[in-house]
Design a protein around this ligand. Sequence first.
Ligand code: NAD
Length: 494
Amino acid sequence: MTSESSFGHVIGGEEVDSLDGATFDSIDPWLREPWAEIALGGKADADRAIAAARKAFDEGPWPRMGFTARGAILHRLADLMEEHAAELGMADTRDMGKPITQARDNDVSRSALNFRFFADHARLSTGEVLPMDAGHHTYTRFDPAGVVAAIAPWNFPLMLETWKVAPALAWGNTVVLKPAEDTPASATILARLALEAGMPAGVLNVVHGYGPNSAGQALTDNPAVDRITFTGESGTGKIIARAASAHLAPVSLELGGKGANLVFADADLDNAVDWSIRAIYTNTGQVCLAGSRLFVQRPVYDEFLSRFVAATEAMVIGDPKEETTQIGPLASEEHYRKVKSYIDLVPSEGKMVTGGLGEGWVVKPTAVVDIAPDARLCREEIFGPVVVVVPFDTEKEAVGLANNTPYGLSAMLFTDNLHRAHRVAAALKAGTVWVNCFFIRDLRAPFGGMGDSGVGREGGNFSREFFTEPKAIVMQIDRECQSPQPAPTSVVAF
Ligand code: NAD
């Protein structure tokens, strides 16, 4: 295989095979055949990557070089990613069937932006100076935490990997990234580009492999890791939290979701339909934030549903490598089987108004109505292009329906009533609420979920908190001023 279809680990500045030479195939889910050969890492490879990251952190220049020099390398990496957008985008498209326009145009540019944003955010970040009485002040420092293990899912491979790697690197940490086994290729390309951008050896390492009893678990079990940042299923998050607790490594967990989408009768219906379609069918519904539970106020229910179904049926399904394709196959056979099991449930739980199974591993954009809010299709994360549409009468009822889930990642609402917008946004159990829009993000804002959707927040200063060790430095600045009996409220003696 060529380097276009062969992807190794990247450890200590070199692309390497597994120590035992093992490999696995990455399957193109449209063709349903292997397209790339990947190094299959195990514990020994993960430990080797951690050792390289540890050495680069303890002895190398990266944590010591300062924000400007680090930022210059991260910006250079972003430039290279933009230059290699076609290659990076096609890697994700071949690995998981994401339509190429989404992979190349959206995900790669957003991934490059992750590096630009966090490089600048870290450089421009300010600490606090706390003036104290009695001739002292306290100031804060944010020192890099150390070695970060970043474990990523397959649905936005490059984008979610860089959402973790970029802030970790910008704050001076070194990283071992484990991409999902279904989507390994773009991570190796990213690490190759990082070396080309001038990143020192061992700063960004990539190790491929599976989760349990494989490279993933080895990363979470190793006490030389100082931070674990994970995005994936809620069940996996709980396993990782347990592993991290054994050596008290702080964890950030971005987990599953079952997003509610509330459409009130006073909403701009064109806008609501447009965003609702994107909210559930973008990335073939394989989105943690997906608006997979659509609650529509009864006076506009029929009108909304007929427009929604018409827009759904206009979507282009096909080969994800084609520029016009909007819906590709599901990411893998295993995932197809999972989503199919929910499609098979439809006759017993509700009525399908559009969609169903397609060719190969395709599930067509599907909408289900006449369904009880406590049905499995309404409560469980399907992670496919399947939406349930449920009518409601009152605002209180809508909020109750929306919050009736163990998840709490995202929600959206459509209304032209300003008071309702604020009231409902405050009442929804979700880490992010969108009003009359969806997917719009400010990278300074907290991102994450509550309940089964995760622990912690990332973005802006929230990423800084996680990827650094904040330190308080208390200084005497005026000896004359020191009172023998200080009793001010801001100064306390332990
Ligand atoms: P997953 O939990 O199966 O796997 C995620 C990663 O964890 C993979 O790299 C996998 O190899 C690794 N892993 C699995 N078991 C492990 C273990 N015991 N120890 C260490 N690593 C292990 O998730 P997935 O199927 O890849 O991703 C889909 C899920 O991710 C969905 O639930 C989705 O909602 C969620 N997700 C959440 C967000 C968010 O921001 N909250 C974003 C995207 C996806």
